[in-house]
Design a protein around this ligand. Structure first.
Ligand code: CDP
Length: 245
């Protein structure tokens, strides 16, 4: 941490004017890519993320097929132009790690046992990045899966809670992520509050961790409402037309 840089002023305001427990402005739209089986576009603060779902379909490579269930193959990709220093294009260790944890989180809600030997392919493209892209990607991907009509136990909202200037802050932006002391991305199944993704870098006390989890879970429920609203908007057009008739 660089102690010269102030992340929270003496009135408790953050660098972008938010209070500690405020999410960045968020927008979700379902069904934005007609060629995909399901899709979603999501903005949170300066993050811009697209998720596309294909399947269940034949699993390639075939040796990955599981005779008991479908596998979930997520590809998280950060575009070169998504960050201010051009990112080297193509897969790297970071995107492999994020793809794996997102696949696992989604596997915990998809009824994969209904589709033996199949693959459910989830593509996440980060078009603009400003911290929290793994959470934004997972939030968008679960809306895209629901848009594809995938049988699922629930959606998976995700957000990070961090710490900067010794204070717990919800949904860190890039400056807070860079100069803060901790970052704790998490995702839950809202119906049961089960945690399906949890990572942390930096350090927190046990009390801070407990408090961060509480804040993060509550924020996931806020995001869950926005996910459901996006799906409602996507499928409400027909109903409106029916009313007009
Ligand atoms: O995006 P997220 O917080 O889930 O992952 P991170 O690995 O903690 O990265 C935090 C942020 O650093 C990203 O959202 C990008 O804004 C930035 N970043 C970057 O500028 N260049 C990279 N090669 C990777 C990340």
């Amino acid at each position: 941490m660089d102690s010269d840089i102030v992340m929270v002023d003496d009135k408790g305001k953050r660098v972008d004017g938010r209070e500690a427990n405020d999410l960045r402005p968020m927008k979700i739209e379902a069904g934005v890519l007609p060629n995909a089986d399901g899709s979603a576009y999501l903005e949170i603060g300066k993050n811009k993320v697209l998720a596309a779902v294909y399947g269940p379909r034949e699993c390639h490579p075939r040796h990955l097929q599981d005779p008991t269930k479908a596998i979930v193959q997520c590809k998280y990709n950060m575009q070169s132009y998504s960050v201010s220093d051009r990112k080297r294009p193509g897969p790297d260790r970071r995107s492999a790690e994020i793809s794996k944890i997102i696949s696992e989180a989604l596997e915990s809600v998809i009824l994969t046992e209904l589709f033996p030997r199949a693959s459910i392919d989830v593509y996440i493209e980060i078009m603009q990045a400003n911290a929290g892209t793994r959470c934004a990607g997972l939030t968008a991907a679960s809306v895209a899966l629901a848009d594809a009509g995938m049988p699922m136990r629930d959606l998976v909202p995700s957000v990070a809670v961090g710490k900067a200037d010794g204070k717990l802050l919800l949904d860190l932006n890039k400056e807070e992520d860079n100069f803060g002391e901790a970052d704790l991305p998490l995702a839950i199944i809202p119906k049961t509050d089960e945690v399906v993704l949890l990572q942390m870098d930096g350090h927190m006390t046990k009390e801070e961790f407990d408090s961060a989890m509480k804040t993060g879970v509550a924020a996931c429920h806020e995001i869950y409402e926005m996910q459901k609203d996006a799906l409602r908007r996507r499928y409400s057009v027909g109903e409106e037309e029916e009313v007009e008739e």
